[in-house]
Design a protein around this ligand. Structure first.
Ligand code: FDA
Length: 453
């Protein structure tokens, strides 16, 4: 490396919500940070999205609620419809429809105000290695060409592209490639309808294997913008399902309420829907956000948990710096922080996701009609990743659901394995040396579960 190479504490590739927030969390602690994005500032965080965020994410991280240009609507509840649309569960909980670009810009500006260096329209290209560790990266821009920077830690926040992680040796546990079946491919449009939406503060999710195999379609109004809705559809990847755009057009947008509506924006993208990455840190490199699979496997919301992974990363970097350096061992707390606050629950939800994706529309309708899973259960599942069916309730539901006993038994298996996975995450190794055997045991739990299902 040349004498003019600039050295940073942390270099971050990608300035979506994960990259921008980790840049802010680190720079406010006084670290020397560089963060870049291939996109210009005007398009920061502009990945196709449903734009919904629960209020609790902001409370947990002590972050100001979105307001002004960042806020496009308020959310009071989510209605979940069964495949026949005859049964509806209402899950209450406050949240926001955000303007994803303005929201991301907030963190970019905050990081810059704390001294972080932000380079839009700059691509992070090649990782630089020395003695089995990542020690920097090469950057490229149209105006400047290619140059190198050094860092104690390089963070991949490039979302699903995982531009840096993909360059790592296959046997580094942080590499952890994504299986196509563990992602959802989604397409969404923002449309202005002819008529205002009734109850615009209620988001709607429609579960249907026929319309959205292995996923769902959604209708999210922006309550501050009369008649403007985010309507989209996601399908499970790797299964040979039709394109989500085709399904949205043939199964959803032909409904009368979209007649004469105007397209404001359109676009598709993929989202990971699995348990978290094996480890957030390894030998000079780290991952946050979609690159680290921090998304909720059931509903695909990932902005809040991306920020949480960023927060955990910044806490770990501070702790490691205070204890002598950013080694894998010293940064290990990032894993513990994320798993305790979200990752263990996320892994339990991954089990639930695998189960849901195998249900037929008839099972889904019957299950919801008979309340095999009740609204309260759904709340507990989504808040804590527990599917706890109390003994009395179990018996009652067994009686009422006798016509579908297999489904109930499967549900019991699912609840058991959700508990087992959470328990296993509670035993996440204290240091990197225990990771391999922990991962082997984790795989065994998944394999057993799939056999029993
Ligand atoms: P993100 O992909 O946003 O950012 C990565 C950035 O890295 C990009 O800006 C990209 O330009 C940049 N980049 C890539 N390679 C680079 C390189 N080599 N060098 C420099 N920069 C590079 N979530 C939610 O909370 N609520 C919701 O309603 C929805 N709905 C939804 C709908 C659909 C259709 C999808 C596809 C996804 C959602 N999500 C969601 C998920 C949510 O959009 C997602 O979890 C976050 O945007 C992830 O943010 P990241 O910053 O991790 O990645």
């Amino acid at each position: 490396m040349g004498v003019n190479v600039i050295k940073y504490d942390v270099v971050i590739a990608g300035s979506g919500i994960a990259g921008a927030s980790v840049a802010y969390f680190l720079s406010r602690k006084g670290f020397k940070v560089l963060f870049t994005d291939v996109k210009p500032f005007e398009r920061a965080g502009d990945k196709p999205c449903g734009d919904a965020m629960g209020k609790h994410h902001f409370d947990e991280l002590g972050i100001e609620y979105p307001k002004g240009e960042e806020l496009e609507g308020l959310v009071k509840a989510i209605d979940i419809y069964s495949p026949s649309e005859e049964i509806r569960y209402r899950v209450t909980g406050e949240g926001f429809e955000v303007n994803r670009v303005e929201f991301t810009k907030r963190f970019i500006r905050l990081a810059q105000n704390k001294g972080a260096e932000y380079l839009p329209e700059v691509q992070v290209r090649k990782l630089l290695f020395k003695n089995g560790r990542v020690i920097g990266a090469s950057l490229w821009s149209r105006s400047r060409g290619e140059w190198e920077v050094e860092a104690d830690l390089v963070i991949d926040a490039t979302g699903m592209s995982r531009a840096l992680l993909r360059q790592l040796p296959k046997d580094w546990p942080i590499r952890d490639d994504l299986r196509p079946q563990d992602m959802n491919i989604a397409y969404r449009e923002i449309r202005k309808l002819k008529e205002p939406v009734e109850e615009p503060e209620i988001l709607r999710i429609y579960v249907s294997q026929e319309k959205a195999p292995g996923g769902y379609w959604w209708f999210f109004p922006y309550s501050f913008k009369d008649g403007v809705v985010n309507v989209g559809l996601g399908v499970q990847g790797g299964m040979g399902h039709p394109f989500p755009k085709d399904l949205l057009y043939t199964k959803v947008l032909n409904s009368p309420i979209f007649e004469g509506s105007e397209i404001i924006e359109a676009g598709g993208a993929a989202v990971p829907t699995r348990r978290p990455i094996n480890t957030l840190v390894w030998e000079g490199i780290a991952a946050v956000g979609d690159a680290a699979y921090t998304v909720n496997p059931i509903h695909g919301g990932g902005k809040g948990s991306a920020m949480l992974s960023s927060w955990c990363m910044a806490e770990a970097v501070e702790e490691a710096a205070n204890s002598g350096g950013l080694t894998t061992e010293a940064l290990w707390g990032a894993n513990k922080c994320f798993i305790d606050r979200y990752g263990a629950k996320q892994a339990a939800l991954d089990i639930f996701r695998v189960f849901l994706q195998r249900l037929s529309d008839k099972d889904l309708d019957d299950g919801m009609r008979r309340k095999l899973i009740k609204e309260e259960d759904l709340n507990t599942v989504s808040l804590h990743g527990d599917l706890e069916l109390s003994t009395v309730e179990k018996a009652m539901r067994l009686l009422s659901g006798l016509r579908r006993p297999t489904l109930l038994f499967k549900l019991k298996t699912v609840a058991d394995y959700m508990g087992k996975i959470k328990e296993h995450y509670r035993k996440f190794p204290e240091d990197p040396s225990g990771l391999n055997s922990w991962l082997t045991d984790l795989q065994r739990i998944y394999d057993d579960f799939l056999k029993k299902l």
